[in-house]
Design a protein around this ligand. Structure first.
Ligand code: GCU
Length: 600
């Protein structure tokens, strides 16, 4: 009965209470901070007994009769950042709770507030400082922070984090994914120091559809009304002073003659936001992104997205990618492939990745892990999906590279699902109406043999349609691609967000035998011919840049718990199909060059 009531409630188009605004501190990389990265003590807790034992107290026996049945100081260590699965053979498949502890010295300073910041904790975390609970976070790929000004002390401190990566039906993602369920403190942990009144966050972007006017806002934390904040773009001789309202917020808009950011010239400006005793610097690119009919327009001109999909998995050493080197390797390969765009699948990747995309000139599809079947009628699931979306937007809203917010991947067509996603798209637009909203769809109808129409009802609520198709791999024969016709029912730009075939690097044979590099290359030739016939095609991001770990890939000697659809192996070997796609992108880039020269 409750389910039906809830379904009716969802179908009524009402979305349940939306999450609180993000309380994230923006632009952490450019803040004063102390890293807590390094080795942390760890206790594996498969039976969730740690809370009962009060691990968060990090207790020591007071005397020889005092019974304390755990001791972080003599417990094994784990590196942070880092997933636990790839650090210890015994934890490769571990799914459950693991406790982390880090002792550190700190010196409190006058007029300074301190925050404990996490780049991510997979998949959920409860955080304690000096034995006191700070709070919890649900979602394995988004940042979170807690103010600890009154809890941290000068001298000795210890932080204890209970991390759990158990898959749950009502979680986002739910219980089934084609990627490894890495657990742990997978990204940076820092103490961030800010003045008593500080610049919590700000946004600067070109006004929608304009290339010579900037609009934005700034939010102070701890501000009195009427505070002056200055926004400067020194290189463009721009200096704008605004005054905050009682809540510490101010909005602004001003004319600006700026060099536009694009993949060919990823121009970033040094931006300085200062006021109320705080000053933050950032590197921001300015570009416009919109659609017109079936075209995606960057800075007012149509652009074809030459892309590749990728997971946030480190090449060579494996495990969750987190470092500048990890990110450089992956995005460097995308550039070598001739890409001007990457699909960061299926969850927000680390901040270093999107900031590097800004510098390298790679457009970004950024996604929240509403993946396959999800608890569509569960209000808590919707709220958490919205929280992950909110925090993803809050972290990356100043990144020129990010042009697409994706709200889902391959979800079944069902009224509750469509309502769930409709709510997410509405929420996404309320968070950021300057970027394009999309989702990766994979259900089509077929009015006649060989013709497929992407007419998934959620398409109505998207700006750009993503379509995953595996014709010639999971479905049909390679030859079917030669006569296949794809259409979209919405007259909107369509990105073929996935197609791919598997082949272990070095496995050679005839082009009709699956698992050979020759078959994969042959598959790409057929697919490229097929998708380039799609009238509304505005881009593509084949599946996938690099082989990656998956708990759903079993074939011994071929997959060995890896999805082998990479164009590059996890050891960096480029497969034949890498060059097939590179060649196609070379041609596309030359065409774009020629047509923009003509347009001048
Ligand atoms: C799906 C899915 C991917 C998956 C891929 C595959 O389309 O979106 O996450 O890895 O197909 O089957 O290889």
């Amino acid at each position: 009965m409750k389910q039906i009531a809830l379904l009716c409630f969802l179908l009524s188009g009402w979305s349940l209470a939306q999450p609180e605004p993000a309380n994230l501190i923006g632009n952490i990389p450019n803040r004063t901070s102390i890293s807590l990265n390094g080795t942390w003590r760890s206790i594996v807790d498969p039976y969730d007994a740690g809370e009962g034992f009060r691990f968060y107290k990090n207790a020591k026996p007071k005397n020889n009769r005092d019974l304390v049945e755990y001791d972080f100081d003599t417990s094994p260590t784990l590196n942070v950042p880092g997933d636990w699965n790839s650090q210890r053979e015994s934890l490769l498949f571990y799914e459950g709770t693991l406790w982390y502890e880090k002792s550190f010295q700190y010196q409190k300073r006058e007029h300074t507030r301190t925050y404990l910041y996490f780049g991510a904790a997979a998949m959920r975390a409860t955080v304690y400082l000096n034995g006191e609970k700070l709070g919890q976070h649900e979602g394995g790929y988004t940042t979170f922070n807690f103010e600890v000004t009154d809890k941290i002390q000068s001298g000795d401190n210890f932080v204890v984090v209970e991390v759990n990566n158990q898959r749950r039906k009502d979680a986002v993602p739910a219980t089934s994914t084609d990627w490894w369920n890495y657990g742990g403190l997978t990204r940076d942990v820092k103490l961030v120091e800010v003045p008593e009144t500080f610049i919590q966050d700000y946004s600067l972007q070109l006004v929608k559809g304009s290339t010579d006017e900037v609009a934005g806002w700034v939010r102070l934390n701890g501000a009195k009304a009427g505070q002056q904040v200055t926004i400067e773009i020194p290189e463009a001789q721009i200096k704008k002073v605004v005054t905050t309202d009682a809540k510490g917020n101010a909005e602004f808009r001003f004319p600006a003659r700026l060099k536009l950011w694009s993949p060919n010239s990823p121009k970033l400006y040094n931006v300085v936001v200062s006021g109320a005793g705080d000053k933050v610097q950032d590197q921001i690119g300015f570009r416009t992104i919109e659609t017109r009919g079936t075209k995606i327009l960057l800075n007012g001109k149509p652009i074809f997205l030459r892309g590749i999909s990728m997971h946030e998995e480190a090449a060579f050493r494996g495990g969750r990618a987190f470092s500048a080197e990890d990110d450089q390797t992956l995005l460097g390969w995308a550039k070598e492939l001739g890409c001007n765009y990457v699909r960061l699948a299926h969850y927000p990747h680390n901040e270093g990745m999107t900031r590097l995309a800004d510098r390298l000139g790679l457009l970004v599809w950024s996604e929240v892990p509403v993946y396959w079947d999800t608890a569509w009628t569960n209000p808590a699931t919707l709220e958490n999906a919205e929280e992950q979306l909110r925090d993803n937007v809050a972290r990356d809203h100043n990144r020129a590279s990010v042009i697409l917010w994706s709200v889902a991947n391959e979800t079944p067509i069902d009224p509750a699902r469509t309502e769930f996603l409709k709510n997410l798209t509405t929420y996404a637009r309320s968070l950021d109406d300057t970027r394009l909203i999309t989702a990766a769809l994979n259900r089509t109808s077929s009015p006649e043999p060989g013709t497929r129409i992407l007419d998934d009802p959620i398409g109505e609520y998207l700006d750009v349609l993503g379509m995953n198709e595996y014709l010639g791999w999971y479905e049909g024969k390679l030859e079917d691609t030669d006569k296949a016709i794809w259409k979209n029912a919405f007259g909107k730009p369509l990105i073929v967000s996935e197609f791919g075939a598997g082949a272990p690097a070095g496995n050679h044979g005839d082009p009709d035998s699956v698992w050979t590099e020759e078959f994969q290359a042959n598959f790409y030739e057929h697919q490229i011919k097929m998708v380039t016939k799609i009238e509304s095609l505005a881009g593509m991001s084949p599946w996938v840049l690099m082989d990656f770990r998956s708990p759903r890939r079993f074939l011994p000697g071929v997959q060995d718990f890896r999805n082998r659809k990479g164009l590059i192996s996890d050891r960096g070997e480029r497969k034949k199909a890498f060059y097939t796609l590179q060649e196609f992108y070379r041609k596309k880039a030359a065409e774009a060059e020629a047509s923009s020269a003509e347009a001048k």
